[in-house]
Design a protein around this ligand. Sequence first.
Ligand code: NAI
Ligand SMILES: C[C@H](CCCC(C)(C)O)[C@H]1CC[C@H]2[C@@H]3[C@H](O)CC4=CC(=O)CC[C@]4(C)[C@H]3CC[C@]12C
Length: 368
Amino acid sequence: MASSTQAQKLVYLVTGGCGFLGEHVVRMLLQREPQLQELRIFDLHLGPWLEELKTGPVQVTAIQGDVTQAHEVTAAVAGAHVVIHIAGLVDVFGRASPKTIHEVNVQGTQNVIEACVQTGTQFLVYTSSMEVVGPNIKGHPFYRGNEDTPYEAVHKHPYPRSKALAERLVLEANGRKVHGGLPLVTCALRPTGIYGEGHQIMKDIYYQGLRLGGRLFRVIPTSVEHGRVYVGNVAWMHVLVARELKQRAALMGGQVYFCYDKSPYKSYMDFNMEFLGPCGLRLVGTRPLLPYWLLVLLATLNALLQWLLRPLLLYAPLLNPYTLAMANTTFTVSTNKAQRHFGYEPLFSWEDSRTRTIHWVQALEGSA
Ligand SMILES: NC(=O)C1=CN([C@@H]2O[C@H](COP(=O)(O)OP(=O)(O)OC[C@H]3O[C@@H](n4cnc5c(N)ncnc54)[C@H](O)[C@@H]3O)[C@@H](O)[C@H]2O)C=CC1
Ligand SMILES: C[C@H](CCCC(C)(C)O)[C@H]1CC[C@H]2[C@@H]3[C@H](O)CC4=CC(=O)CC[C@]4(C)[C@H]3CC[C@]12C
């Protein structure tokens, strides 16, 4: 395979390229990566929108495949210069089993690493998550933290545990010799809660509000702040990291970067209201309408019901002990590491991000 210094035209592979973040990364690469010759999009489920991309100057190759199948991953990676590994099972609601989450997120990532090593692909960018740090189950706040802030990361839930294990695999693989003798260069991006066009949870909460007569009810105090980042800026960070990793391997290899932008620090629901408010929803209550102990009880009941009903049906409501703990724990980042290491500045201002997200909600079917 040609090295990046010889080749002006590059082959990128994006795993999970048809998901919420993946689609934004794919579109951003096509718009803003001039060195791109071929873009391979690997996903379990290919989206019909891929067809419209195939008429442009860059060769777009859609590959239906499963990251848990090593041979499928190796075939897709062979000949790629850069792999952006986004595919993952994002489940904090108990829809998938812990085993499946581990297989996709950990074994899938191991397969991607081994495929790079076997085929001689030198650059690997991994989409990790803020969840590899926290919030932890003890409810310790992480307030305006950065990549070096000490924090007691305790992972009991299968999703954050899997992301933490996978991130470690990626970072430990930095420096391994790939086929041909060159070193593998890896790094991991840790988005906080991503929002923007295509965000399924935002959509679910919006429809829930419509069903409740245009109202949502406050259950978490405004004082609990939650880190959020616009999907367009997360995509932009991926494009930049993938580009700069080739030039600044010594500095960036083996590093982690939080994904951040200028989105305001707010509670999860107050933040969502920035978009849902202009779309006709109202958040009832300036303080939580239910005492916290009652929420804990309801969340525990939901978990019990999920377990009891599992043989019959999948009961997976938004509220469970884990999501309650997440929503009720301050976790915000304040860092400029990405700016210092590879010149990242958010591409979209907060105003742009907000407007784009509002337009997307307004265009949803059944919108008020
Ligand atoms: N949504 C969020 O707020 C955050 C997400 N992340 C990470 O970003 C990545 C993308 O997340 P989203 O776009 O939100 O999720 P998503 O569910 O919309 O996208 C994940 C994509 O991976 C694909 N996929 C799942 N299992 C696969 C398999 N076995 N083989 C091949 N493809 C498979 C899915 O089909 C989907 O297209 C994930 O790795 C997630 O852990 C990190 C931080 C925050
Ligand atoms: C669903 C939660 C909000 C509803 C809580 C309720 C029922 C009490 O009102 C969401 C609160 C925090 C979210 C998570 C957070 O943004 C971090 C994440 C990172 C990821 O890598 C994946 C998604 C998520 C776990 C995200 C999921 C929804 C929340 C738990």
